[in-house]
Design a protein around this ligand. Sequence first.
Ligand SMILES: Nc1ncnc2c1ncn2[C@@H]1O[C@H](COP(=O)(O)OP(=O)(O)O)[C@@H](O)[C@H]1O
Ligand SMILES: [Mg+2]
Length: 269
Amino acid sequence: MLTFEHVHFYYKKGQPIIEDMSFTIGDGEFVSIVGANGCGKSTVAKLIDGLLTPTTGRIKLEQLDTSRPEDLHRIHEQIGYVFQNPEDQFITTTVMDEIIFGMENIRVPKEEMQDRVIHALSAVQMLDYAGAMPHQLSGGQKQRIAIAAIIAMRPQIIIFDEATSMLDPHGREQVLSIMRDLHRKGKTIIHITHHMEEALCADRILLIHQGKLVYDGDPLRFFETVPVSDYQLEPPFTVRVHRMLRSSVPLSADWKEMIRSQWSISSMM
Ligand SMILES: Nc1ncnc2c1ncn2[C@@H]1O[C@H](COP(=O)(O)OP(=O)(O)O)[C@@H](O)[C@H]1O
Ligand SMILES: [Mg+2]
């Protein structure tokens, strides 16, 4: 379990970035963190991972505390972080080395590495690319290798920080499908996004606005009750259609009329 207790954070004194944030994420949850550009999502991700520490307040992973330097190694073993830009992920020269590099960082025993590499590359359907070099891969493939490197480290929590935002629709769908798969296998998934369609994959949405947590709850109630455009977010297509239908089609309309009006509304959007 991950807990934020009244977390405040600033990069520069007098300019608060995260203000009095408290929440708990249980093991095996799939949570989306959403909010406008610059609202503090990546800062929250880095605080979770212990890359940043709270100015005041506390962040705990079970009994570990990100503000205690002696706990950081075990925190890094438990939390994986997939960044936005697949171009930034590669540190080594081949796919295989990349995955080994991550495991070496958390001191995985040598004799376990081969099994873990095979399992991780299979999980992202990239086993045939073990010897490939980064420049031979598409953006989506690079992102899948970054995810494989994390899978091989076997963390409980994986943070995807806008990890789909630079991918084409196919790459994006593959990464989302890997996320769902990891969730089914019991991992805790924290998906940071400003694509509201993607936020619908989650069991729970956290909305951040100017460094404060302003919504924490299930996605359906979120879209029913939160005026997302006030937060520079666009409602998912299905929600927009639903709203327009509700306001433009009488409830007694038969299905043909519903479909006809849905098409004419969608073609206007
Ligand atoms: N290293 C940094 N130093 C100073 N300010 C920063 C730094 N990183 C981010 N910020 C500022 O913190 C705020 C939140 O940024 P960030 O967490 O990256 O937002 P998001 O991920 O939601 O776009 C922004 O105003 C940003 O300019
Ligand atoms: Mg960000």
